[in-house]
Design a protein around this ligand. Structure first.
Ligand SMILES: Cc1ncc(C[n+]2csc(CCOP(=O)(O)OP(=O)(O)O)c2C)c(N)n1
Length: 298
């Protein structure tokens, strides 16, 4: 059985969380290989979101990869579309397309453009890349669920750059007014943007209080976005309260998994040079092997 199949068939959430950790760590290796191979960037924000999005697709979302446009599927909008390599790696291994296609990432005419394109890539629910518009379309999708009578959830992942855009706050206001059922805002709160820290560029704290003040149902704590057990807990907590829309904040590390890349804006968009790649890869492999061992997989 593949690791993906083991994850999807595991019934015990505690064991499953460990398997998801291993899977996400393997995805990080594939992501950095691909970015290095193409000499392109966005390692930082891809690795920071990897555990949450892997958990979503392998533990939470109602999807059918063989029927990617299924009317009542859950939707995922990666508003921080620059983290495309992370989304593509997860979609491929969830079964939306053949993982061999990952090798065409960011090449001319590929299905896998630098930023996600809903018309080219199976499983991509919304084209994104211009920061800040994901929550507006996610609000629209969630309202469409109400109008069509199809019941589904819409998960929108934003980074701090998205939340620095005024459009996000228009959407936050609009969603608070219309209260669309199923709308979940997920914040990848890594504290670092393209050219510096969020503290220096445009601080957002106290973020949860701001969402609350706008009328959102904010989950009671900030979750650890690299601890899959805590991520699973956030999903359980989502189901414990009734009011919509809901927001959940995950504390993450930009560059997560490579010690010398963590928390540094350099690795937001810089291509991975040979020397850094040679240093980074063994760390990722060691972390993956440790996670496989912890999950009891040989
Ligand atoms: C409207 C818009 N302005 C600027 C950019 C260029 N840009 C791409 S990513 C980024 C920083 C994003 O920071 P953050 O959301 O914190 O990213 P994360 O660390 O979560 O990946 C910027 C300024 C863009 N894509 N869209």
């Amino acid at each position: 059985m593949t690791l993906e199949e083991q994850v999807l068939s595991e019934k015990d959430p505690a064991k499953k969380a460990k398997l998801v950790t291993a899977l996400a760590r393997r995805f990080r290796i594939e992501m950095i290989d691909n970015l290095h191979d193409k000499q392109t960037g966005h390692w930082g924000g891809s690795s920071s979101a990897c555990d949450v999005v892997t958990s979503l697709y392998f533990h939470r979302m109602k999807v059918d990869p063989k029927n990617p446009r299924m009317a009542d599927r859950d939707r995922f909008v990666l508003s921080k579309g620059h983290a495309s390599v992370m989304l593509y790696t997860i979609l491929a291994h969830r079964g939306y397309f053949d993982p061999s296609i990952l090798a065409t990432f960011r090449t001319i005419d590929s299905k896998l453009q630098g930023h996600p394109c809903m018309n080219k890539t199976p499983g991509v629910d919304m084209s994104t890349g211009a920061l800040g518009h994901g929550l507006s379309v996610g609000t629209g999708m969630a309202l469409a669920s109400r109008l069509s009578g199809k019941k589904f959830n819409t998960y929108v992942m934003v980074g701090e750059g998205c939340l620095n855009e005024g459009q996000s706050w228009e959407a936050i206001m609009a969603a608070a007014k219309y209260k669309p059922e199923g709308l979940v805002l997920m914040v990848d709160y890594n504290g670092v943007q393209l050219d510096g820290t969020s503290k220096d560029i445009m601080p957002l704290d106290p973020l949860g209080d701001k969402f609350k003040a706008f009328g959102w149902n904010v989950l009671p704590k900030v979750y650890d976005g690299h601890d899959t057990a805590d991520i699973f807990k956030s999903f359980e907590d989502l189901d414990k309260t009734a009011a919509w829309p809901k927001a959940v904040i995950y504390k993450t590390n930009k560059g997560s998994g490579v010690s010398f890349m963590e928390g540094k804006n350099t690795w937001h968009g810089s291509p991975i040079d040979d020397e850094s790649y040679a240093k980074a890869r063994p760390e990722l492999v060691a972390a993956y092997e440790a996670a496989m061992k912890a999950a009891g997989v040989n």
